[in-house]
Design a protein around this ligand. Structure first.
Ligand SMILES: Nc1ncnc2c1ncn2[C@@H]1O[C@H](COP(=O)(O)OP(=O)(O)OP(=O)(O)O)[C@@H](O)[C@H]1O
Ligand SMILES: [Mg+2]
Length: 254
């Protein structure tokens, strides 16, 4: 009897460790339902990859996590519910979102864009040291500091978008297709930097990516989304190692 009671009341280890906990999340746009009950866990300091075909709902999932799309279900960050919060409120709780297509302000300079990332912060003195920190991760941005964002290359703009997100000192970084439109070499460099940010700053990362090979190369765990449902979850290493999984869920050999 006591055994059963303990079993039902105890928190499972993965729940206790979950930094981001998503439970039975449903979301969509008006009458268009996109996510049909997504549940996942991400541990603090982990990189989680969300893979899946076009239209699976990957972008919608990130939008639901950051409050841009209204959802039904549970979203908790470090034990605090984000359900029903506005994008501003979610950002204040430490979530930074780098959307598909980057969203940098093209007429503004590199440094102006980076400073905008810190606009919600009150610790002005620390902003300068954070600029240095971002330039440390992305040396090319220091070289382009006075240049309009619109004149940067695609890879540099993606770096700027991530740098701007880092200026808010996020605890959770949501990246939507950072490799979109970038050359393979640039993408590899970018993923290396994301990994370094994760390791050096212990920033938890959820990255949506079509390039499964690269994403699985830096991720701790991965989920494959299909038609708004999680079709497969596992450690990135396991998913990477399983060729059959790669072919049937990701559509090609990894
Ligand atoms: N603003 C919107 N209004 C209505 N439907 C939308 C909207 N945005 C996306 N959808 C629909 O939601 C579904 C999921 O789209 P979503 O952008 O989340 O997919 P995705 O997995 O990110 O795809 P991709 O790999 O092409 O970026 C698609 O069927 C899409 O047409
Ligand atoms: Mg998308």
């Amino acid at each position: 009897m006591t055994g059963r009671t303990d079993e039902t009341s105890a928190t499972r280890p993965e729940e206790a460790a979950a930094f981001l906990a998503v439970d039975d999340l449903h979301a969509g746009y008006g009458d268009v339902r996109v996510l049909h009950g997504v549940s996942l866990r991400v541990g603090e300091g982990e990189i989680c990859a969300i893979l899946g075909p076009n239209g699976a709902g990957k972008t919608t999932l990130l939008r639901a996590l950051c409050g841009m799309v209204k959802g039904r279900g549970g979203v908790r960050l470090d034990g605090t519910s984000l359900a029903g919060c506005s994008p501003d409120a979610v950002a204040r709780r430490g979530v930074a979102h780098v959307p598909e297509g980057r969203g940098t302000f093209v007429p503004l300079t590199v440094e102006e864009n980076l400073r905008l990332g810190a606009f919600a912060r009150r610790d002005r003195a620390a902003v300068q040291s954070d600029l240095e920190r971002v330039y440390g991760h992305f040396p090319v941005l220091r070289e382009r500091v006075g240049q309009a964002a619109g004149s940067l290359s695609g890879g540099e703009q993606q770096m700027l978008a991530i740098g701007r997100a880092l200026m808010s000192r996020p605890r959770l970084l949501l990246l939507d297709e950072p490799s979109l439109g970038l050359a393979p070499l640039v993408t590899r460099e970018l993923f290396g930097i994301v990994r370094a940010i994760n390791e050096e700053e212990r920033t938890t990362v959820v990255v949506v990516e079509q390039n499964a090979h690269l994403a699985l190369g830096i991720a701790d765990q991965a989920h494959v989304l299909e038609s708004g449902r999680i079709a497969l979850s596992g450690s990135a290493a396991d998913i990477r190692a399983d060729e059959q999984v790669a072919q049937s869920y990701l559509g090609y050999r990894i």
